[in-house]
Design a binder for this molecule. Sequence first.
Ligand SMILES: O=P(O)(O)OC[C@H]1O[C@H](O)[C@H](O)[C@@H](O)[C@@H]1O
Length: 268
Amino acid sequence: MTELSKFGLRVFFDDATQELTFGEGVVCGGGSSKHLQKMKGLLYRDSAAENCDELCYVFCHDIYREEDRHLFEKRQYANGITVLMPGTMGGECRKNSGHYHGYVPGHICTFPEVYEVLTGEAVFLLQESRNFDHADEELKVETLRAVFLKAGEKIIVPPFCGHCAINVGEGPMAFGNLAAPSPLLYAPIQQRHGLGVYVLNIQGRIVFVYNSHYKDLPQLTIVQAHENPALGITFGKSVYESFVSSPERFNFLDEPEQYQEEIEHMLG
Ligand SMILES: O=P(O)(O)OC[C@H]1O[C@H](O)[C@H](O)[C@@H](O)[C@@H]1O
């Protein structure tokens, strides 16, 4: 049993049953899981997904202390945890499906999302594109970035960035997400068999390989994640604690327009 203490609530990952469990007073709105077959069409080597039913990840949503429920419900923020299992899928590190956020009416940029690593070692891929919702056009990728994060570290996925989480460590990798509701667009990534790079583990080394289904990809850059206490992003304090103590710091989640530059400055 691993306690995910970085989350700021009593949450555990049971390695034996591969389930998330919750301490007294912590509520969870439900869960789901994804097996390898469902990753077909997204992998470096798709044959790895054939006839293989191994578990890739589990996801639980709407996790909070009962007394904090009103704070999340008022803003309709989703607060979840995903656990990516260890191991590779045909040499590729375990990852989730990846998606873009679609536009929310009344907004000129798409909504960001906060990710927080709870245990293990992660890479988050951020693939910026403005024409992600034009299915008939070649996807124009403006930037392609990878961020390595350890437990306690956090990022804000900037507007317009398709994103995918990858487990690059040896054990399970768990991460929390906090976001305002917006459409989730999987198709732009599915149509191209994944994001612009695959993350492989070759004899213990992490290797990035460009995805040949894309034309004219920019060069991948490895960026660092920086804190921004004004936006509630501090590596020594959980997102949960930051949010319940100062919900207004997270206004950028559903009013991103005036925060775009500040969010960009957190990656560099
Ligand atoms: O990867 P999916 O199948 O979308 O399912 C699970 C996902 O759901 C949420 O939307 C989170 O933002 C993701 O980080 C999480 O991994």
